[in-house]
Design a protein around this ligand. Structure first.
Ligand code: 4AD
Ligand code: MG
Length: 480
């Protein structure tokens, strides 16, 4: 009840006021006369200094106030002698709430490798870096809701368990309660999911888009924001098996309206955190600058983290078609000698991440929206263009990240949609509910999906997507 958070204290603590702090010890240093404890309670990046004088605080207590221990400190705010902050707490009483054995506590005040911290994901949020990342993650989520709410969009909760594979990529995680030892079989010898909980085969959702489309055909402007799951076996710094996706879906939007919204939205949420997370971003900016120094000269980026964010907020995104991108790539060499590992020769090949990075980081040096992809490399629901070869798709590529957004105008014409599903052998019987939107009061509409962790990665400058979600799920990794 009487607790003051450090953030509040730093903002407005009159000298002489009596306060109670609770938090975790980051460091302790002592000399003959006095002990200094740096306390952090997660409310902000700064630690608050406690000054403990052995005449008031027993030696036994001070001995236990080690890095990682949790304590309650009561005392008086006084002007600080040191240069770091303007005030400090002259401790009158300290209670140890939870000890941390210095021989065993893994998070010591020194530089730990990211691998080591991933192995200690249950404790890594106690470091300044991870605490800053997760505070920024929170503010980004808040900004996303605020943006859509202020624009009159409604937040739709799409189901986690579904019977469809919205992206048709076959990367779903199956959901079942069947006993593996006595799986029921059909006459053909296949697993009989009719005897399972949902009386059919089900999986974790790969996208909330299809349900978003249903809602947009009544509420006009909606968005989902939830976890999505993909069993793609890619061990990269950009892929998770469980990631969060934001999927707005808008009735009466065409492809260009969709691009305009995506650009405005990304610029809004990034400028929101530039305003509201200044201290955490300044900390990560310094961290990113340190990381840059350890890179080879030709791999260093010219812009710092904060410059990169400001750049995205202040510059229009480049918009080009797939065909234009293909022309550029066909006539480019990534650097003097080397060719692309996957040469771009034929029109119609999908862009690999090396191509995307070349376009964004070398050729344009700006975020790029690529539109009108060949229909063969995109999903069944995308609206077919007049040329018969391309669809009204868009991908947004960001420097250092590659694809951050994927979206499209949707095929609202029943005959075209059903012909495409036929071609791709997607069962129209099973998707009857989706096709009903086209049967009854169909309307032009469009939407996109933003990968939340890729956004957090861009904003925090972290090199690996596993470091921007509290408990990453990747192949072979689900311990915490
Ligand atoms: O391009 P994707 O697959 O598009 C969709 O799922 C559409 N249903 C979106 C829509 O139009 N409503 O995924 C969208 C975004 C990607 O651009 C990427 O940022 C992110 O989701 N993403 C991943 N992020 C982390 N790990 C993965 N395995 C991801 N797969 C996609
Ligand atoms: Mg995509």
């Amino acid at each position: 009840k009487d607790r003051t958070k450090i953030r509040k204290l730093i903002e407005s603590a009159p000298e002489g006021s009596q306060v109670t702090l609770m938090g975790w010890v980051r460091t302790k240093r002592s000399n003959k006369n006095v002990t200094f404890i740096a306390l952090n309670d997660g409310s902000c990046i700064q630690n608050y200094q406690l000054v403990a004088d052995p005449s008031r605080i027993s030696e036994e207590i001070l001995k236990k106030a080690n890095t990682g221990a949790c304590l309650k400190a009561q005392g008086r705010v006084v002007a600080s002698q040191g240069s770091g902050q303007s005030t400090e707490l002259l401790a009158e009483r300290i209670d140890i709430l939870g000890e941390a054995d210095p021989e065993k506590y893994p998070i010591q005040p020194k530089k730990h490798s990211m691998e080591f911290l991933r192995e200690n994901a249950h404790l890594r949020v106690r470091t300044s870096t991870f605490a800053a990342i997760f505070r920024i993650r929170h503010h980004l989520a808040y900004a996303i809701h605020k943006y859509f709410h202020d624009k009159g969009f409604f937040y739709i909760h799409s189901p986690i368990i579904t019977a469809s594979d919205a992206e048709g990529a076959g990367e779903t995680f199956r959901v079942t309660t069947l006993d593996l030892n006595k799986l029921p079989k059909t006459e053909e010898g296949l697993v009989d999911f009719r005897q399972d909980f949902f009386e059919r085969e089900t999986n974790l959702t790969v996208s909330g888009q299809l349900e978003g489309e249903l809602a947009a055909m009544a509420l006009s402007d909606v968005y989902t924001f939830g976890p999505t799951f993909r069993a793609e076996n890619s061990n990269t710094t950009r892929h998770l098996a469980e990631f969060w996706m934001i999927e707005p879906e808008m009735a009466f939007y065409d492809a260009e309206d969709n691009q305009d919204l995506a650009e405005d939205f990304l610029q809004y949420i990034i400028s929101y955190v530039l305003t509201h997370c200044k201290e955490d971003l300044a900390f990560l900016d310094k961290r990113a600058a340190e990381e840059e120094k350890s890179k080879k000269a030709d791999q260093r980026s010219d812009l710092g983290l904060l410059d990169r964010l400001a750049f995205v907020v202040n510059n229009r995104f480049v918009r080009i078609t797939y065909t234009e991108a293909w022309e550029i790539l066909r006539n480019s060499k990534p650097n003097k000698k080397k060719k692309f590992a996957f040469p771009i020769e034929e029109w119609g090949t999908d862009l690999q991440s090396e191509h995307e990075r070349y376009l964004v980081e070398k050729h344009f040096n700006k975020p790029v929206i690529i539109t009108d992809y060949p229909k063969a490399i995109k999903s069944f629901y995308m609206r077919q263009n007049e040329d018969g070869k391309t669809v009204a798709a868009m991908d947004i590529l960001f420097p250092g990240i590659g694809e951050i957004v994927g979206g499209s105008q949707r095929e609202e014409r029943l005959d075209k949609l059903s012909a495409r599903m036929e071609e791709l052998q997607i069962s129209q019987d099973e998707m009857w509910w989706y096709l009903d939107t086209r049967r009854f009061g169909t309307a032009p509409h469009a939407g996109f999906g933003l990968g939340f962790e890729r956004l957090v990665q861009f904003v925090t400058g972290m090199g690996n997507i596993r470091d921007v979600i509290p408990f990453p799920r990747t192949p072979g990794n689900a311990e915490f």
